[in-house]
Design a protein around this ligand. Sequence first.
Ligand SMILES: Cc1ncc(COP(=O)(O)O)c(C=O)c1O
Length: 652
Amino acid sequence: MTPVSRVLVVSDDAPWQAEALNGLGAAAVRLENPYGLTFVGAAGATAALDIIARDGEVQLVLIDKQLREPGVAQPAAQLANAVSAFRPEISLYVVLFDDDERAMVEDMASHAVDGYFYRDESDFNGWFRILAAELAEKSATPFYDKLRQYVRMAKDSWHTPGHSGGDSLKGSPWVGDFYEFAGESLLRADLSVSVPMLDSLLHPTGVIAEAQALAAKAFGARETYFATNGTSTSNKVIFQTLLAPGDKLLLDRNCHKSVHHGVILSGALPVYLDSSINKQYGIFGPVPKATIFAAIEANPDARVLILTSCTYDGLRYDLGPIIEAAHEKGIKVIVDEAWYGFARFHPAFRPTALESGADYVTQSTHKVLSAFSQASMIHVNDPAFDAHLFRENFNMHASTSPQYSLIASLDVARKQAVMEGYRLLDRTLKLAQELRAKINSSGAFRVLELDDLLPAEVREDGIRLDPTKLTVDFTQSGFTADELQHALFERYNVQVEKSTFSTITLLLTIGTTRSKLSRLYDALLRLAKEKRPPRPLGRMPEIPRFTRLACLPRDAFYEAGERLPLLDDDGRPNAALAGRVCCDQIVPYPPGIPVLVPGQAIDDTILAYLARLQKTQKSIEMHGLAEDGGELYLRVLRQDELNSLPGRALFN
Ligand SMILES: Cc1ncc(COP(=O)(O)O)c(C=O)c1O
C-alpha cells in the first residue's frame, strides 16, 4: 500500500505558487514516487496552520520567504517556528531569493528549518528528489530492514538460539503447534549477537546506532537508547548511573516499584514526597507542587529528582517550573513517562518531559505505541551526560541475548509515530471524546473529569489530564469492581486496564478501533439497563503516611534480618513489630504503592493497615511479605544488625 505524503507549498505569490505546484506535480508523475508525494498550496500562514492541524498526511512544508502578513516582520520565519512548535515531526524547507534572506531565516528559525531552495533555480525535479530523500530518511527503519534482509538471506544457523530459526519446533508432533502459533518470521528473526550485520545492543555502532539516532531526532533527545527489558530496567540503569551510595534522591513515594528497586541497587538516600490522594475514588494523584518546591529548597544537596508524568490515571505535571527549580540547585530531573511515550506527536499532549527540560526520560514504547511488550526507550538530554558510565550500567542490566524483534518493533514504532502519529492520535482523541459522551449517557457509568480526579491539594498546580485514559465511576451501577470486571470479561469479551473499589480504567491507544468502542459501549449500556440498586462499596483503607528511615534502604535490604509474623496468636497486629525496621519493600497490589520500604521504621498505623488488608481484601497481592504455612511474615532488622550499619549515624 503506497502512503500519501502531502507537501504544502505556502506562498501568497499566486503565479509562482502555481508554477511550483505544476512543476513538482509533474516531477511526481515523471519520477519514482514510493512515498506518494502530492502537492497542495496554501495562500498564507493562517491557512497553512489550519491545513496542518486538519490533515495528518502533511509531511513536508515549503515556505516562500517572500510571504507577507500585515504587522509581522518575518512571516516565513514565524510560520516555520509555529509549524515546528505544533508538529515538530514535519520537515520544513524555505524558498529563498538570495543568501541574505537565508541569513535572516537562520537567525530566527534555524532549529525549525531542514533546508533551503532558491527560486531562481526552479529545478522542480531536483526539489522533488530532495523532498523524497527527506521522507526516505525520516521513514527509514535501519534495524528492521537489516533484520528482514538477513532472514531473507536464509543463512544456515550454527549459533544460538537453540530452536535454530524454529527448525527444532517445526514438524514436531508435540510442539509443532508453537511453530505455527509464533509464525515463521518471528522465529527466523529470533537471532543473536553472533550475526555481526545486525549490530549489538550492548555496543551499537551499526544499524542499532542508526535506529537509535533516528529515535533521538524524533523524540527531541540528544541520545536515545533502546531497552529490551522495559522501563523497569531503564529506571534502574539511570539510577545506577547518576547515584552513588549515600547520594540524595527526591522521589514520589507513588513511583513505580522499579524506582524503589533502583534506590536499593544504587544505595541512594531517598527523600520521599507524599503524593496527593483522592480519597473519594482511591486514586493517587501527583505530588503537590508546593511539596516538591519545599523539598528542593530543603535538599539543595540532592542529586536527582524523579517524577512520574503522566500517572497511570493520566495526570500530568506542569513540569517546566519544577524542572527549572531543580536545575537551579543543580538537581538532575528524571521523568518516568512509561504511560506517555506518544505525547511528542500531538500538540494536545505536549509539552513532553524532554520539551519541559528533563534530563532523562524513560518511556514504555510498548504500553502506548506499537512496540512489543518490554520494548522501551531511554532519552537523554543531560548536558553533562557521561556516556561511558551510562553504558557500563546499561550493560550491567541488559541481557546479552536481547530479543531482536523487540528492537525491530522500536524502530517501527518510531517510524509510525513520526509518519502517522499525529493522524492516529487525533483519531484516538476523537474516539476518546465519543466514548466519554456515550458512557456518560448510559445512566449508570460516568467518566471522571480532571476536576473529579484531582485531590484538593493539587487543584492549583496546573495539572492536566491525558484524555485517552478514561477513569469510569461505576458506583451508581450496583456492581462491585470484581462483578463488573467479571461481567465485562465473561459476557462481553472486554478486558479493562485496571480497577479500584469505585472505578475502572480504560486505555485508548492508536490501536483502538471504532468497532471495539461500540462493543464496549454496548456492553456498558446493557449492564446499566440491569438497573441494579446502588450499594455501598468496600473501600481500600487509606495508605498510611511515610514514617521515617532508620538507615539506607540498601543496608536494610542486604542484612539477613529476622522474620516475625504479621499477626499475633489472637489475629491482632503483632506488637513485637512496632518500632522495628523493615528489610523488604511491602507493596499491596493493587494499588502498587509501597507501604513500607527497606530501612523504614514500622509503626502501629502501618501494622494495623497491613493486618486489615490481609483480613478484608483477600484478592490483594501482598508483595514483599514472606508466607509460610498460610501465615504472613515481615523481615525486620535485628537490633545488633541495625547498630552495626555503617551509615547509621546519619539517621539518628
Ligand atoms: C509509572 C511506571 N513506570 C515504569 C513501569 C515499568 O514499565 P515496564 O512495564 O515497561 O517495565 C510501569 C509499569 O506499569 C509504570 O506504571
